[in-house]
Design a protein. Structure first.
Length: 561
């Protein structure tokens, strides 16, 4: 009996010790480790998942899609819940056409509670994988950005990255409007990793659609013309602007070579300059197309009229430089009109000397050079324009003929747009409207009187009808425009004797302008003249666009007699 009581007391003592130890363990867990354990439990059964907003689509002026989002599925895993990392890696790899060897280390790392296995995978393949009900594998619906027109307008539209955020072009410029606001949701899972409830934490605000002024048909044609022109002359690059001078709407803004926005991640580092629209971001010395600034300024100032005559030598010394015309000639008498139509360097510099430094500098600014146009595209350059106090003695002999000054194609197109629009400059723009917002009226300012604009138009028509721009002729339409041939600056000073920029800028129909078209060709080979290299491309672009837009002819066609 005594032995039995001793055993009973020993058993009670053991139970008491176990109870005290268990109680102490519970107290320690609740008092000391409660927060850590609570976090661990939540991480195993509650999971916060980022929910991307639908990115708005981009349309051309007629409603053709240039960029949109298509359904995709992102596949992720919680390695802490994956039972068999090797078998799971094989199953995921087979379903999504991925290398299991790259997935296995991700699933094996149990220190992490979330890893991506595939971003924006094919939704049908992801659905097939989902049907296998693999523990620890999750799925989130996302969007994959698609550019259905491929290379067409790619430098305008730009591209969005993996996170659906704009990285270039209008995708970047309008990222706030297109991107919307992302949300989040909390997923509650059972001990086996299966979803049992979804708690929406932050609602999603989808992005807004954007409609552009670009016409994808005109843009596509312009890009083909630039491609052929670049190949024909083995040029480094080419660019073109097609602008409605009345509204400032850009119907095309193209560069060649271009790129396919669907393939931007594979673009090599040395090719990154192809990703920007050089018609907005890059500068060039314009050459003779810049002469309208001096001629327009002196006409508007009332110092001369189109018929005022000047006796002009072939050469004209200016400080430490000697200015001469492109082709040798004797001393000639030319009117102001002839100076522009014949593109006389000596004549234009003679006019600039009458305007003087301050006057010419003022007209350069009034035409919009040396400052941004305000176009709704990222990375616009101001160009390079010296302040009057920075001019040397020979600057007055360089700048009037388009040397020693750098402009962008969009600036030059805008300046000729002012002449075409009866002297009123209109801000160039690419965005017509954003969903839910009205159209923004572009800025306008008067540069020239209607009379002076008309006088310049008449002179520019003569360039095409009887001067260096004859290859810019468009059957059935009067064309006004100007050729440009500019030697490129050498890095060590001076100008190259082998590298040139050939350009042509003009508008049609000259009697009631609907389009301004500018073409630049960088470093052509075999010929360097704007009238030979760029003017034919202008004619091909203008003829197509005028007929496509059903603009009535303003002259009798050649075949009509």
């Amino acid at each position: 009996m005594r032995t039995a009581n001793r055993r009973l007391r020993l058993l009670v003592a053991v139970f008491a010790v176990v109870f005290v130890a268990a109680f102490a363990r519970v107290a320690w867990l609740q008092a000391v480790k409660a927060q850590t354990l609570d976090h661990l439990a939540n991480s195993q059964h509650r999971e916060d998942v980022h929910v991307s907003a639908r990115r708005g689509s981009i349309f051309d002026r007629l409603g053709v899609q240039l960029a949109f989002g298509e359904p995709a599925t992102t596949v992720y895993a919680n390695p802490k819940q994956v039972e068999d990392p090797r078998e799971t890696a094989i199953a995921v790899g087979e379903a999504l056409d991925l290398d299991p060897g790259k997935l296995y280390p991700l699933l094996l790392d149990r220190s992490r509670g979330f890893v991506y296995l595939a971003r924006k995978a094919d939704p049908e393949k992801a659905e097939a994988l989902k049907s296998q009900e693999l523990i620890g594998i999750g799925f989130v619906s996302e969007e994959r950005r698609v550019y259905p027109q491929r290379k067409v307008a790619s430098e305008v539209v730009g591209y969005a990255g993996m996170e659906n955020r704009g990285l270039s072009g209008l995708e970047l410029q309008l990222d706030g409007e297109l991107g919307g606001k992302d949300g989040s949701k909390t997923i509650v899972r059972d001990p086996f990793g299966r979803t049992i409830d979804v708690v929406q934490s932050t609602p999603v605000e989808d992005g807004k659609d954007v409609h552009l002024t670009i016409d994808h048909t005109i843009q596509s044609h312009v890009e083909r013309v630039l491609r052929r022109t670049r190949e024909r002359w083995s040029a480094q690059s080419a660019s073109a602007v097609v602008l409605d001078p009345r509204t400032g709407s850009l119907l095309a803004l193209a560069v060649e070579p271009g790129f396919d926005a669907n393939e931007y991640p594979t673009v090599a580092k040395w090719e990154e300059e192809r990703l920007r629209n050089r018609a907005v971001t890059d500068t060039y010395e314009p050459g003779s197309t810049f002469k309208v600034v001096t001629v327009g300024g002196i006409l508007e100032s009332g110092i001369v009229t189109p018929s005022t005559k000047f006796r002009l030598p072939y050469k004209l010394p200016i400080a430490d430089r000697v200015i001469h015309d492109a082709l040798p000639r004797g001393t000639q008498t030319m009117t102001v009109s002839q100076i522009l139509s014949r593109s006389s360097n000596v004549g234009v510099v003679t006019l600039a000397l009458q305007l003087q430094r301050a006057g010419l500098s003022d007209w350069i600014e009034r035409f919009g050079f040396g400052k941004k146009t305000g176009i709704d595209y990222p990375g616009e350059s101001r160009g390079i324009v010296l302040r009057p106090e920075e001019w040397s003695g020979s600057t007055i002999g360089n700048v009037p003929i388009g040397q020693g000054i750098a402009v962008t194609p969009i600036q030059m197109a805008g300046a000729y747009g002012a002449i075409a629009n009866d002297g009123v400059w209109t801000e160039p723009h690419l965005v017509d409207r954003v969903e839910g917002s009205g159209r923004k009226e572009p800025r306008q300012r008067r540069v020239l009187s209607e009379r002076t604009a008309g006088q310049l138009t008449h002179m520019l028509r003569r360039v095409v009808e009887e001067g260096s721009g004859i290859y810019a002729h468009v059957d059935g339409y009067h064309v006004a425009g100007k050729t440009g041939t500019a030697a490129k600056p050498d890095p060590d000073g001076g100008y190259s004797e082998s590298r040139y920029v050939a350009s042509f800028v003009g508008f049609a129909p000259a009697t009631r302008p609907r389009l301004v078209v500018l073409v630049t060709v960088d470093e052509p080979r075999g010929a360097i003249w704007g009238g030979t290299v760029a003017a034919p491309a202008f004619a091909e672009i203008a003829e197509f666009a005028l007929q496509y837009l059903e603009v009535p002819p303003d002259r009798r066609r050649a075949y009509e007699g």
